[in-house]
Ligand binder design. Structure first.
Ligand code: 5GP
Length: 117
């Protein structure tokens, strides 16, 4: 597997070198709005630890991301008066990953409303 690239877009966002719409931050994770949202409120949760994807991350760091997604899901249900939540996480190009700093997509959903592809 390719090594973690410290110049990936999300690493730059974490370092404050690129702007983002921050949703949440704690000691372990950072969450911000996706630049091309597939639904309103589409949020990305990333670890502060450098990790390319699930194949690269330590289990404890992955657990922090899962906890962050859990928190964002609950907040998004209320903020967007959602009927459900979709969570996705892609790994390596074959798995659909485009940005190579691990991230979970948290997407509020509404009955009868499709996600953009
Ligand atoms: P994935 O790697 O999970 O397939 O997709 C990467 C996600 O990151 C996409 O949903 C894309 O819209 C989002 N994204 C790519 N570049 C940026 C950026 O510079 N800022 C933000 N906020 N999101 C981005």
């Amino acid at each position: 597997m390719t090594a973690y690239d410290t110049n990936n877009i999300f690493a730059k966002i974490l370092r404050g070198e690129l702007p983002c719409s921050k949703v949440y931050e704690d000691e372990h994770v950072f969450a911000f709005l996706d630049i091309m949202p597939r639904v309103p409120g589409h949020t990305l949760v990333i670890p502060k630890a450098p990790a390319r994807n699930i194949l690269d991350i330590k289990p404890d760091d992955y657990a922090h991301v899962a906890r962050g997604a859990h928190r964002i899901a609950a907040a998004a249900m209320q903020a967007f008066k959602a009927d459900g939540i979709t969570i996705q996480q892609f790994n390596e190009p074959a798995g659909g990953q485009v940005v190579f700093h691990l991230h979970m997509h948290v997407m509020p959903r509404h009955d009868g409303v499709a996600m953009l592809p």
